[in-house]
Ligand binder design. Structure first.
Ligand code: ZN
Length: 153
């Protein structure tokens, strides 16, 4: 077995762990921003709720339905940004975006941890939107302009 396929196996295990045991799944309690995002090409739907106070994401929770990539990514994203200042969360979203576009990404400043498992998705271009859905929801919830896919009529 080559080390490359070992890495693929590891990535798959990390993604399945977040899918089966999602972190921060549910609804946030108070002072929330709610964002709904859909990925019509795959049928993924995410509702993200954040409690932002003192320029910090005090809480981040999601509910949704969809494929293992979209839901595991939402789990990883909420884990990464919860408790972070807004500016840092947006920087991590930038790093993630670079990673998903196959660009060189800065893995020095933030420990991406499990998020790097989603790097394997870049080999399947049709699934990249699954991985980026919850991250776009987070950016939108923090007031950023994001491109959205509309449901087809
Ligand atoms: Zn999907």
């Amino acid at each position: 077995m080559s080390s490359h396929s070992d890495l693929d196996t590891l990535y798959r295990q990390v993604i399945m762990d977040h899918y089966k045991n999602p972190r921060n799944r549910g609804e946030a309690e108070s002072g929330t921003v709610t964002v709904n995002m859909n990925n019509p090409t795959c049928g993924d739907r995410i509702q993200l709720q954040m409690h932002v106070e003192d320029d910090t994401i005090q809480d981040a929770k999601f509910v949704g339905e969809g494929c293992s990539i979209s839901l595991s990514s939402a789990s990883m994203m909420t884990e990464a940004v919860k408790g972070r200042p807004v500016g840092e969360a947006l920087e991590i979203a930038e790093v993630f975006s670079d990673m998903m576009q196959g660009k060189d990404y800065d893995d020095e400043k933030y420990d991406l941890g499990d998020i790097e498992a989603l790097q394997g998705v870049t080999k399947f271009p049709a699934r990249i939107k699954c991985a980026t859905l919850s991250w776009k929801a987070m950016e939108k919830g923090l007031g950023e302009d994001v491109e959205e896919d509309e449901d087809e009529d």
